[in-house]
Design a protein around this ligand. Sequence first.
Ligand code: ADP
Ligand code: MG
Length: 243
Amino acid sequence: MTAIDVKDLKVERSGKAVLHGIRFSVQVGEVFALLGGNGAGKSTTLLTLLGFLPVAAGSVSLNGISPSANVKKIRDQVAYLPEAATLYPHLNAYENLGYFLSLSKLKLSKAELDATLEKVDLQTDARSQKMETYSKGMRQKVSIALALLRDTPILLLDEPTSGLDPVAIDEFNRLVRSLAAEGRTILMVTHDVYGACQVADRIGLLRGGELVGLFGSNEGQKIDTQTVHKAFTERTGAKRAVS
Ligand SMILES: Nc1ncnc2c1ncn2[C@@H]1O[C@H](COP(=O)(O)OP(=O)(O)O)[C@@H](O)[C@H]1O
Ligand SMILES: [Mg+2]
């Protein structure tokens, strides 16, 4: 069953074409990574799926719903982790979650918050400390918890592992796999080839607003990192690191 369907999508920003007719779909329970360098159009794709940017041509739908026409209905389908999630440093994890959930008219018990903070593996003693004392990885866990607490079938994650250390990335990958196993659909965008290959069932390579490659199948075999890396660097013309 298709959860996310993007058909020949064109999007313009400030009168300039940014997405030039991209096409992909994500199945229910699948982890799909949209991989691309800076400015490829990754965040633009997510913002369009959320209904924050208009579709210039083509179409997008989430569980059969078109976001631009059904802003309210879409909110029940998707949770979104923005590229720079902003939580309040002077509040603790419970206070941040409580505040941001209240904006979505949700009121959850401490036990419910704890169950999700457990799931994202945030240490118990940290939860009632001000978030200004947190590492980037801990902050990211709270942001992911916030997305999960909205309990939507689809998750859109913008660069969820950027700035995390390898241990935190491993933990994140395990969490994403367990969410997919529960039947959630995950579309994440990233510039990290290795991370994408670790966690995704399929990868779409985005360059200059065009989808230039598709890797993996939905049959459980791992995606070959070297193949994707080669395509990413060749096709994006990325400079080799000089060390
Ligand atoms: N607010 C904006 N107004 C106009 N153009 C934008 C805006 N944000 C991004 N763009 C342009 O859209 C293109 C894609 O950006 P974006 O989707 O943010 O890429 P990515 O997330 O892959 O780094 C870039 O060329 C960028 O300059
Ligand atoms: Mg971006």
